[in-house]
Design a protein around this ligand. Structure first.
Ligand code: DON
Length: 303
């Protein structure tokens, strides 16, 4: 398929929306980002990349990192993590505290903050350094030696992280953390603060389109393991907007408050879009429109 005309169509759909929505400002270092920025890249399973706009400009990946911490945890630690975190959509905001008490410290899914904190805790026990493990994985899959955590963003978030601290202490009170709260949060912020481009993330997400096989041909997840991660992405990856996202885009995807969205087209490749203005659920407004246009014009969808 020639992707350029479809990427141009995606850009045309996004353009009138650039600057709309709200840039995340609860992490002060993110508030300074250019609200008009836009980039989009598609990487095919054989490693070809096509892009439009600022697809090679790094941005803060934030919650997109939760996908990579989950797959590394599953690959290294097996399915035991599912005893500590669920697989159901939460229907609540990504940083909500309320469900955690009624559900006895077991977060609904690995992509809301509470669930991702539990996954980071497990990954830290498995690797000794969860933040570095996620950055190393992304660097290798993207083939970009410069890819790394932006320490300024990590420090900025840690300085304003009362909600995540509350979630982590709550999890600890239910016995659902293995490591000290401060250690877990430091690693969680480190992987959320990774700076990567649409190109990097599309390449790094491709192993899910290859049904679990990494860029070097080795296997990270079984075929059914990759299917399951894609299923959790589809149902939970864009929080309480997952229904609307599936309706408009028709692909498993993970969003972040930096304005990025990574989606998987099983068997074909991965698509990443970035534009910082967010809707109330924390998903990029222009990004969703661009993905909607791209999947509609290419017909690439799981449906
Ligand atoms: O913990 C937080 O609030 C951020 N580090 C990540 C949140 C996020 O990206 C939600 N996604 N849309």
């Amino acid at each position: 398929m020639r992707f350029e005309p479809h990427l141009a169509e995606a850009l045309a759909a996004a353009r009138p929306l650039l600057g709309t929505g709200r840039v995340a400002d609860y992490i002060p270092a993110l508030a300074a980002v250019d609200p008009l920025a836009f980039g989009m890249a598609v990487a095919t399973v054989d490693g070809e990349v096509h892009g439009v706009g600022e697809h090679e400009r790094p941005f803060s990946i934030q919650s997109i990192s939760k996908l990579f911490s989950l797959v590394l945890t599953l690959a290294l630690g097996g399915d035991g993590i599912w005893e500590r975190v669920g697989r159901e959509p939460s229907g609540s905001p990504f940083n909500s505290l309320v469900q955690l008490e009624t559900e006895n410290g077991i977060p609904r899914n690995p992509f809301i903050n509470a669930g991702a904190i539990v996954v980071t805790d497990r990954l830290h026990s498995l690797t000794g350094d969860a933040g570095t493990a996620v950055a190393d994985f992304l660097r290798t899959e993207a083939g970009n030696p410069l890819l790394d955590t932006d320490p300024q963003v990590a420090v900025s978030e840690a300085g304003h992280g009362h909600r995540n601290s509350a979630l982590a202490h709550f999890l600890a009170s239910y016995g659902n953390l293995e490591n000290p709260v401060a250690t877990v949060l430091e690693n969680y912020y480190a992987h959320c603060a990774i700076a990567a481009s649409c190109r990097d993330l599309a390449l790094a997400g491709c192993f899910l389109a290859r049904h679990g096989v990494l860029a070097d041909g080795t296997r990270l997840l079984t075929r059914s393991g990759a299917k399951r991660v894609n299923a959790v992405l589809l149902t939970c990856g864009t929080y309480d907007a997952a229904g609307q996202f599936a309706y408009r885009v028709g692909l498993p995807g993970k969003s972040g408050v930096g304005g990025g969205i990574l989606t998987i087209v099983p068997g074909h490749g991965a698509l990443c879009v970035w534009s910082p203005g967010l809707d109330p659920a924390g998903n990029s407004v222009a990004g969703v429109a661009a993905l909607d246009a791209f999947t509609t014009s290419t017909g690439l969808s799981v449906f």
